[in-house]
Design a binder for this molecule. Sequence first.
Ligand code: SF4
Ligand code: SF4
Length: 165
Amino acid sequence: MLEKTGVPTPEQVKRAAPTEDRLKKGPVAVVECFQSIPCDPCQYACNQGAIKEFVDINDVPIIDHEECNGCGICISQCPGLAIFVIDATYSEDKGLVKVPHEYTPLPEKGEVVTGLDMAGNEACDAEVVKVQSAKSLDRTPVVWLAVPHDCLMKVRGFRRKGGAE
Ligand code: SF4
Ligand code: SF4
């Protein structure tokens, strides 16, 4: 499926997910990069050593969720837009998903957008909590989305209401 569509299988996504115990501890990165490709900026982005050193540039990244502090630095360093940070502790009824976003104009804080899954299908409504677009983010802005808890492992992008990305 991944090779044909670029969309990972539910099993692959499940394997990449942090454990329930880790999710209870706060923000953590999810690396949904499953194909062997010549790419490795993520291993240099993480100064916590959470993303294991590659032996070969074609390695598939491996993250140790226990070493990850959820800082999010790696999100904008990934050219494949395959790294997200999720925070299940954000509030009682909502979690936070931090997604890379390369479309302009950027959404506004407080805006309600349509959360999309990895395949671009609508998952749920999401509220924009913060937009990070500093130069230090390698020109890929990161948008923080508050979503219902059951959407935390689904929302990986969004579309602005009214048709704009
Ligand atoms: S979120 Fe921060 S600590 Fe976690 S893998 Fe990314 S850079 Fe490393
Ligand atoms: S930088 Fe992104 S696309 Fe490249 S190997 Fe790491 S996770 Fe995969």
